[in-house]
Design a binder for this molecule. Structure first.
Ligand code: NAI
Ligand code: MG
Length: 502
């Protein structure tokens, strides 16, 4: 199935890979969609068509679910020992490692990610995540209970079944790994729907998983659109659980569809509007760098991005001045160029949405300190925007923009910082910068968010539980919590002795 050769093109010395996989992956084979339809995925650097990809919809989801159901109900995967599953998963991770540069380049082409970042962050995280869950696959155990003098009980942790994974476009590789790897370790089978904007790496992962020895039907990938393929997963009667990452609006829809169909459990990771609170005692230069990276990393397309920067009044003016200075050296451009810090936004829709928010911020009376304009002759490039004089109730301080837009706000007291940091419907992440341990403890305990960084930002690990509060959703990705979410707990009760009255 793997085509040979490479078209030989290169960007900044990086080989531009040939696109090998564009069909759906169902039951161990690449197949066309039932309808025969395809759609185009575009290169955000130019807006030009990158590949024509199979457009799966309900009929294809049905086939994928049937394959996953068969593999779960009758196949080897859930019945293997954890150790055997781990061995195969490690081979899968090794194969990804072998194709690492190619996969990183595909991420750049499809999502506009920086090649260097895609390689050292996205691919590295994906490989580590699969190895981490491989390591956990043979350490799944329940509990024993002494219930009474006559009775004992124990719990079995069993794979939840066929899982539907609906994933977004901002971290296509990481999302694939953090969703699929714990489900695989638990013994589940899966139907993955990558985002329509970034289908290419998921298809490649399906191929590598198959090559590593993951049996047919265990991983199925249906590329296609949300309202058709995605919705078919959310409402499917034969899917036992759905794990979703994306917008809050679609998260609500997924939960509703789950409730209205077979009441499958859902896990939702729905973005954020995360605060970063910087106190007077902070090292200003370090704080500027943390804030800049916390907002603009991955082109600002990160659910955990710190888009509300609260700075205490004693250092506010200096902070703003140094930030403006620091932004002058920020480079926007081709993601294959190693000097570049920010590539294009993922598509025209996101690009236009971000520019509208910037216009709205200006109209609302915030001061645009730097950037905020389209740049480049083609493609979806935006100069990173820094707004000051932002009020908490402005739209730019309330909505998840998902682009390179920072809002800087001034605060006086710790109480005020806590209240304002929490003044959001979201609760995914937060950051605190201070040397004062009392302040650290107060903020980490008072901010309602699933992940809080102190004197750093964006640091993640496969072992770190990750998921939000409030409208950022519920259910954890990463860490052992994610493994547990793909398992049922079954309780078994039995007499200790052969008691005659039982
Ligand atoms: P989205 O929520 O529409 O897309 C995420 C995934 O859900 C994609 O695979 C999509 O095909 C699928 N989907 C869409 N409609 C569906 C439906 N009716 N049923 C089932 N699945 C469906 O996100 P979109 O439109 O690409 O981005 C819009 C905004 O969402 C962004 O600007 C950002 O604010 C937020 N977002 C948050 C992410 C996060 O990491 N939490 C990731 C991507 C987007
Ligand atoms: Mg959408």
């Amino acid at each position: 199935m793997e085509k040979e050769g490479n078209n030989g093109a290169a960007e900044n010395g990086i080989k531009i890979p040939e696109i090998k996989f564009t069909q759906l992956f169902i039951n161990g084979s690449f197949v066309d969609s039932v309808s025969g339809r395809c759609y185009e995925t575009r290169d955000p650097r130019t807006g030009e068509v990158l590949a024509s990809v199979a457009e799966g919809d309900k009929a294809d989801v049905d086939l994928a679910v049937a394959a996953a159901r068969q593999a779960f109900d009758h196949g080897k995967w859930p019945r293997m020992s954890g150790y055997e599953r781990a061995e195969i998963m490690i081979r899968f991770a090794d194969l990804i490692e072998q194709h690492r540069d190619e996969l990183a380049a595909l991420e750049c082409l499809d999502a506009g990610k920086l090649f260097s970042m895609a390689n050292i962050i996205d691919l590295e995280t994906s490989i580590r995540t699969i190895r981490y869950y491989a390591g956990a696959a043979d350490k799944i155990h329940g509990e024993t209970l002494k219930m009474s003098r006559e009775l004992q009980g124990y719990t079995l942790k069993e794979p939840i079944g066929v899982v539907g994974h609906i994933i977004p476009w901002n971290f296509p590789s990481i999302m694939f790994a953090i969703k699929v790897a714990p489900a695989l370790a638990a013994g589940c089978t899966t139907v993955v729907k990558p985002a329509e904007l970034t289908p290419l790496t998921a298809l490649y992962y399906a191929y590598l998983a198959h090559k590593a020895g993951i049996p047919e039907g265990v991983i199925n990938v249906v590329t296609g659109f949300g309202p058709t393929a995605g919705a078919a997963i959310a409402s499917h009667m034969d899917i036992d659980m759905v794990s979703f990452t994306g917008s809050t609006a679609v998260g609500r829809f997924v939960m509703e569809a789950a409730a209205k169909s077979n009441l499958k459990p859902v896990s939702l990771e729905l973005g954020g509007k995360s605060p970063l609170v910087i106190f007077d005692d902070a090292d200003i230069d370090k704080a500027v760098d943390i804030a800049r990276d916390a907002t603009f990393f991955n082109n600002g397309e990160a659910c955990i991005a710190a888009s509300r920067i609260f700075v205490q009044e004693g250092i506010y003016d200096q902070f703003v001045q140094r930030l403006a200075e620091r932004m002058k050296s920020w480079v926007v451009g081709d993601p294959f160029d190693p000097r570049v810090q920010q590539g294009p936004q993922v598509d025209k829709v996101q690009y236009e949405k971000i520019l509208q928010y910037i216009e709205h911020g200006k109209r609302e009376g915030a001061t645009l300190l730097t950037g905020g304009k389209p740049c480049g002759k083609r493609g979806y490039y935006i100069e990173p925007a820094v707004f000051t004089d932002v009020k908490d109730d402005m739209l730019i301080a309330q909505d998840e923009i998902f682009g390179p837009v920072m809002s800087v706000m001034k605060f006086k007291t710790t109480e005020e910082a806590i209240e304002r940091a929490n003044n959001t419907r979201y609760g995914l992440a937060a950051g605190v910068i201070t040397k004062d341990i009392d302040t650290v403890n107060r903020l980490t305990r008072s901010i309602r968010a699933g992940l809080i960084w102190v004197n750093c930002y964006f640091e993640m690990d496969a072992d770190l539980s990750f998921g939000g509060f409030k409208i950022s959703g519920f259910g954890k990705d990463s860490g052992l919590d994610a493994l547990n979410k793909y398992m049922h707990v079954k309780s078994v009760v039995m007499p200790i002795y052969n008691t005659p009255w039982l």
